[in-house]
Design a protein around this ligand. Structure first.
Ligand code: NAD
Length: 435
């Protein structure tokens, strides 16, 4: 098939690369000219395992073409997959302006029947709006479908080749058949439904992931108050097959470009349909409280008194891990940024290291943050080390070496990845979450 993917971001670029690798001819459009020329040269604009290798292979096989021109790609395509961003507006609703513009530009360039499948995460109830916008410009037949994306950054290529499910929200048999054919080489359960159900599957799935994380964080809090060990508690809970352990992990809270914004947008959508989603608001509140709790843990560990302005003045702190999760350089809504910003505000000096996200972090964080080349440089002369992102590299740290460079051996593990018994034996003060 010949397809056009609109938006060369985390979803669009991965989708374009994967469908070209599966033998389709793929055009990938982005309005960002700089990004397009970088991609034409075979360079990925962000880090994702295997992405650049597959990108280069398919460009050289001429299966994958990057362009900023709708005219050069849409008329040649049977399917257009819209993968533009849907960021949050100030009121929590999804900003659909990029989506509207992509749909209108597509409509202007249609030359024959084309299926426009929306992969971006959009709130339920916009079918008529999209249809009307497209009708204003389209001179040939078209149809909309909803095909939400579930890939996880950090394992996006792997997830795209082996999805758990493929959701196809389409009303006509023709549209369903076309999308089934496009996805035929991929594994995963097929869920065929109407577009509203497809959109709700995406929001409800992300909400459920957020629920699990906030639940784990609530249990961790109760463990800290009662003296129980959250890792044991959640292992016991998750061993029940009806519950499962995945995503039942406490920490510094969820972040990234999806969960926070989708939870917020889901609450806003529910409100528009007269449903008061207090349940999800509680999940959001727990998440937002995690950063504050973590900062208070640092204060307590460093014997600083809470609510005292610049109470961490003169304290040097190492931050290991900046990306919102491992194997990505994405810092959108990353807890690290909120934690570092707060620590700087109360006087701390920060020495940070991340295996992949340093360049992005340098653009976002103030210049006074010292960016280091490895965990040992970051830990030099510090009074505390914070583990924020659970990169594999940190699981290999030589703690004897680390202990020699710090000023005081306090380790605050925001993801519970370290062996607390081993660290205590080595002379570290170990502080985890809920243990
Ligand atoms: P992103 O911000 O990384 O990428 C969006 C891209 O679209 C940008 O490169 C931008 O320049 C381009 N763009 C914007 N308007 C355009 C237009 N009119 N024409 C062509 N290009 C245009 O976003 P993302 O993270 O890839 O997310 C895309 C959508 O997928 C969102 O709705 C998101 O919620 C959803 N989603 C994201 C993930 C994820 O892990 N990132 C996972 C599942 C679903």
């Amino acid at each position: 098939m010949t397809i056009t993917v609109i938006g060369a971001g985390y979803v669009g670029l991965v989708t374009a690369v994967v469908f070209s690798e599966l033998g389709n001819r793929v055009f990938c459009i982005d309005v960002n000219k700089e990004r397009v020329s970088l991609l034409q040269g075979g360079k990925a604009p962000f880090y994702e395992p295997r992405l650049e290798e597959l990108l280069q292979t398919n460009i050289s096989k001429k299966k994958l073409v990057f362009t900023d021109s709708y005219e050069a790609s849409v008329p040649k395509s049977q399917i257009v997959l819209v993968c533009v961003g849907t960021p949050p507006k100030d009121n929590g609703e999804a900003d659909l302006s990029y989506l509207f513009s992509a749909v209108e530009e597509t409509a202007k360039h249609l030359k024959a029947y084309t299926l426009i499948a929306i992969k971006s995460t959009i709130p339920v109830g916009f079918e008529d709006d999209l249809e009307n916008r497209a009708k204003k410009f389209a001179k040939s037949k078209f149809e909309f479908a909803s095909c939400p994306e579930f890939l996880r950054e950090g394992s996006a290529i792997e997830d795209s080749f082996h999805p758990d499910r493929i959701v196809i929200g389409a009303s006509s048999e023709k549209a369903q058949k076309t999308l089934l054919e496009l996805h035929a080489p991929l594994s995963g359960e097929r869920i065929i439904c109407d577009s509203r159900s497809a959109q709700l599957i995406k929001y409800a799935a992300n909400a459920m992931l957020a629920v699990k994380i906030s639940f784990a964080n609530a249990i961790a809090d109760i463990c800290e108050r009662t003296g129980a060990d959250v890792e044991k508690v959640l292992s016991g809970v998750g061993a029940d097959k009806r519950i499962g352990r995945q995503f039942l992990y406490p920490g510094v809270g969820y972040g990234g470009s999806c969960l926070p914004k989708d939870v917020q947008a889901f609450i806003a959508t529910a409100r528009q349909f007269d449903y008061n989603f207090d349940f999800l608001r509680a999940v959001q509140e727990i998440n937002e409280g995690q950063v504050k709790k973590f900062v208070n843990k640092i204060r307590t560990a460093l014997s600083a008194r809470e609510q005292e302005g610049k109470d961490l003045s003169g304290k040097k702190i190492a931050v290991l891990g900046l990306s919102f999760k491992p194997n990505t350089d994405d810092l959108r809504d990353a807890p690290s940024i909120k934690i570092i910003t707060k620590l700087l505000e109360i006087g701390a000096q920060i020495q940070a290291y991340d295996p992949k996200a340093m360049k992005n972090a340098q653009r976002i964080l103030p210049q006074k943050v010292k960016f280091c080349n490895d965990p040992y440089e970051a830990a030099k002369d510090v009074q505390a080390i914070l583990l924020i992102t659970e990169w594999d590299e940190f699981k290999e740290i030589d703690f004897e070496k680390l202990k020699k460079v710090v000023s005081s051996p306090i380790l605050i593990d925001g993801r519970n990845i370290f062996d607390k018994v081993k660290l205590k034996k080595l002379g570290f003060t170990y502080i985890g979450v809920g243990r």
